[in-house]
Design a binder for this molecule. Structure first.
Ligand SMILES: [Zn+2]
Length: 108
């Protein structure tokens, strides 16, 4: 499940990159912009946002439902195992790390 979240995001980024490449290529072959420059700019902006989030703490995190530990490991069978209390597949996805109980104080 954790792996899936990451893959989905990579897919979206890849999609935007290909889209951007395509519209820029189209515009190159037309005297007038075939695609609105505002549209191209929106794609660029979106791509930038998505990539920036990679480096931020503002990505969803999985925490253990019982002990709120973030130390969750995905085993070979795609089970999410808490390394602290050992619970299996009892995780909650939080929007950011700061939403996890006990982690609010780390917010800059
Ligand atoms: Zn736990």
């Amino acid at each position: 499940m954790l792996r899936k979240m990451k893959t989905d995001k990579e897919k979206i980024i890849k999609h935007y990159e290909e889209l951007l490449e395509y519209v820029e290529e189209c515009n190159r072959f037309h005297v007038f912009n075939y695609y609105d420059s505002e549209y191209v700019e929106t794609i660029k902006q979106k791509l930038k946002e998505m990539k920036a989030k990679e480096n931020y703490d503002e990505i969803p995190v999985a925490a253990c439902k019982h002990c709120h530990s973030l130390h969750i490991i995905e085993d070979e069978d795609s089970n999410n195992v808490c390394m602290k209390c050992g619970s299996v597949n009892d995780i909650i996805i939080y929007e950011t790390i700061y939403s996890v109980p006990g982690h609010e104080k780390f917010k800059k």
